[in-house]
Ligand binder design. Structure first.
Ligand code: H2U
Ligand code: ZN
Length: 352
């Protein structure tokens, strides 16, 4: 096939969705299973064996600087790469049913801080403000030349996180991925017929009812959405409208750091574990003249746990073949999260 070992997307002719294929990304290191519990760092401020700690040598030989605060570097095993490694012609066969397009982009890793043992909610609020600032800078830089910049965090071995040092990732590419494209279409359609962004209207409705709200401040609201698929899924929305993370001003960034710390502390306090999840940011597509008036910036949190630290919700069977299903209602999940305190259960023991 003309695509060789290049990253590419293949069309699913049955659903119309796409699949990212990164044939070269096989020898990526895995330290997730070695650590205890759900991939929590075992109380070490610095680990000599960690690829992400300051001063240490990474898997392919690069050395991390002696960094303080958030630190970003190019992923040594990029799923989407800046250049093709050989000829990369698109595939279009079988009346267009068999299709693939080569893709280009950049993948980065963001260590949240120099501390190997402190997850996001355990960091001081001012450190989280710095992380938010770095996220926006990255979206600005990568968004200047990429259509979609996905900022995300996989947390915990159960979510496929490969290293317990608290970190997130950024994958930027020259295409709109499935989720982005579905959300773009829904928000565009609603905005065209109602004249207001879909998520702004929705937030007003949620605020009137209150039963799914988990945490809020002057700038942000965290809620379990009406349509939540994962048991403790939440959606984090700004009160004011921002198309992209690069639009956030200082009060919005400060408020975000505060609400993140509070929301994630609540998660951890539910079962007194470092709550695993995948979280990520969605905003208007970048590298375009479209101002994205139909978009409202937001973050999704998808924790996989159902009843305890060990009981995970499996998206299998009916979910894979038909559609998502849940047992605990979004309202009950919100109530449980609201019942948690906002002082982290490990506060004092980690010693920041
Ligand atoms: P996850 O734990 O979410 O897999 O993220 C860790 C990322 O860090 C992963 O994408 C990269 C992996 O490729 N990494 C490096 O770039 N260099 C290393 O030395 C270790 C891990
Ligand atoms: Zn580390």
């Amino acid at each position: 096939m003309a695509l060789g070992k290049n990253s590419h997307r293949r069309l699913n002719a049955l659903t119309g969705e796409w699949l990212l294929v990164s044939p070269h990304r096989v020898d990526r290191p895995w330290d997730g299973a070695r650590s205890k519990g759900s991939g929590e760092a075992a109380g070490l401020r610095y680990s000599p064996d960690c690829y992400l700690c300051p001063g240490n040598v990474r898997k392919l030989g690069a050395r991390n600087p002696d960094y303080h605060g958030p630190y970003v570097f190019d992923n040594d095993f990029q799923a989407i790469r800046p250049e093709h490694s050989g000829p990369a012609d698109p595939v279009l066969e079988c009346d267009g049913l068999v299709a693939a397009s080569p893709v280009l982009g950049t993948c980065r890793v963001i260590c949240f801080s120099e501390r190997h043992d402190l997850s996001l909610p355990e960091l001081p609020e001012r450190s989280i403000v710095d992380i938010v600032g770095l996220w926006s800078e990255q979206v600005r830089e990568l968004g200047a030349r990429h259509r979609w910049v996905q900022v995300f965090e996989n947390k915990g071995a159960v979510m496929g996180c490969s290293n317990p040092h608290p970190h997130g990732q950024i994958w930027a590419g020259d295409f709109l991925p499935n989720e982005a494209s579905k959300e773009d279409a829904r928000q565009r359609g609603y905005h065209a017929s109602h004249g207001v962004p879909l998520l702004c209207r929705y937030l007003d409705w949620e605020l009137e009812r209150g039963e799914r709200i988990v945490a809020e401040n002057d700038e942000w609201v965290a809620l379990v959405p009406w349509w939540a698929m994962w048991p403790f899924e939440t959606l984090l929305l700004p009160r004011r409208r921002f198309a992209r993370m690069t639009d956030l001003d200082a009060p919005a960034r400060d408020g975000l750091a505060q609400v993140l710390k509070r929301l994630l502390t609540r998660y951890d306090n539910v079962w007194e574990i470092s709550f695993p999840y995948s979280m990520g940011w969605h905003g208007a597509p970048t590298a375009t003249d479209d101002p994205g008036d139909h978009w409202q910036l937001h973050a999704h949190f998808y924790p996989p746990l159902l009843r305890s630290a060990d009981v995970k919700k499996f998206m299998v069977g009916y979910e894979m073949l038909a559609e998502a299903q849940r047992d605990i209602t979004p309202e009950a999940a919100a109530e449980l999260l609201r019942a948690q305190g906002e002082v982290h259960y490990r506060a004092g023991s980690a010693g920041a």
